[in-house]
Design a protein around this ligand. Structure first.
Ligand code: PEP
Ligand code: MG
Length: 316
């Protein structure tokens, strides 16, 4: 079945009636690029730049080192889209020289964009390295901030991008329920949204993503999570802007159809999942995906949502 899915699956992501949903890859650095290209990724939807910061526990990597790494990734997708996430330090990704060690609840403390706003020189260097790396390349560079809570966060990030002279689209990750609830306000400052469903589930259900005992609440099929996805996607549509998903949710082929039905405009996932998601999406029309999404949102649990979507798509 695995081979069949891979063999029958190629080309850009789309529903059976031709509604385009670009399928992008989540990568951690240049080492992941080959697998992404091999899987037919139409670009990168989440470049987690943390990897560059793991070598040295004392300081950020030099601008030159960053330029070289970013350039390698950007060159691999000459005409494609590459969405780079600026450093997401803290909580599940602590960095000794940036992350406060004395917080009682690190997931609710200084992490993601909050860390960068406390250390503007780290953000400045990263943005400047990206600007240099993209020079002269036809790539569509997009840059986004993790853990945006509100319009003020989005504005601070967009201001930093402009100050660095970055010629890219600026976006906000929607990982905190406040950003989904007020997506329209966040979109006053940025050009796109990207839903980080791993953290969005964590913060919606008050369930630490690192604690196995509460994993039931990390299930991305939870109808409350689907409601927040729908809110963000509807706000983006109203503003004529894009709203992708780059959390684990996008790698579940059935859920990918539901997310498409909720109005999500691109899906980014580990390269290995792309052929399966592409094959599944190609089986259904946008209207079928929308019906599956509505059925999932009417459910009262993750399992019911899954069953309801499955029933709609298998014509029961
Ligand atoms: C997410 O939170 O869904 C996400 C994509 O970011 P990360 O998993 O790196 O926190
Ligand atoms: Mg996250």
């Amino acid at each position: 079945e695995r081979k069949a899915a891979l063999a029958s699956s190629s080309g850009p992501g789309a529903t059976s009636d031709g509604h385009r949903v670009p399928l992008l890859a989540n990568i951690g650095g240049p080492a992941d690029v080959a697998a992404a290209v091999e899987a037919g990724a139409e670009g990168v939807g989440l470049f987690r730049t943390e990897f560059l910061f793991l070598d040295d526990s004392e300081r950020a990597p030099s601008e030159e080192k960053q330029v070289a790494a970013y350039r390698q990734v950007l060159e691999a997708f000459p005409e494609g889209r590459v969405v780079v996430r600026v450093l997401d330090a803290g909580a599940d990704k602590p960095l000794a020289f940036l992350t406060p060690g004395d917080e009682p609840n690190p997931a609710l403390g200084v992490r993601g964009l909050r860390t960068l706003l406390d250390h503007p020189e780290v953000l400045r260097t990263q943005l400047s390295a990206l600007a240099t790396a993209a020079e002269g390349l036809p790539v569509h560079l997009e840059v986004m901030a993790p853990m945006v809570a509100d319009r003020a966060d989005a504005k601070a990030f967009a201001d930093a991008c402009r100050a660095a002279g970055l010629r890219a689209k600026f976006g906000a990750m929607v990982e905190i329920p406040s950003a989904a609830l007020r997506a329209r306000s966040v979109l006053r400052e940025v050009e796109f949204l990207s839903l980080g469903t791993n953290d969005l589930a964590q913060y919606t259900f008050a369930a630490d993503r690192q604690v196995g005992a509460v994993s039931r609440l990390q299930d991305p099929w939870q109808p409350a999570l689907l409601d927040l996805v729908a809110l963000a996607a509807e706000a983006a549509r109203a503003e004529n802007k894009s709203c992708g998903v780059c959390g684990e949710a996008a790698s579940d082929p059935l859920l990918a159809c539901v997310l498409t039905g909720l109005g999500v405009t691109s899906l980014s996932m580990g390269a290995a999942s792309i052929p399966y998601v592409r094959a599944m999406l190609a089986k259904f029309t946008l209207a079928q995906c929308e019906r599956a999404a509505a059925a999932a949102r009417s459910a009262d649990s993750a399992q019911e949502a899954r069953d309801a979507a499955q029933a709609v798509l298998s014509g029961e």
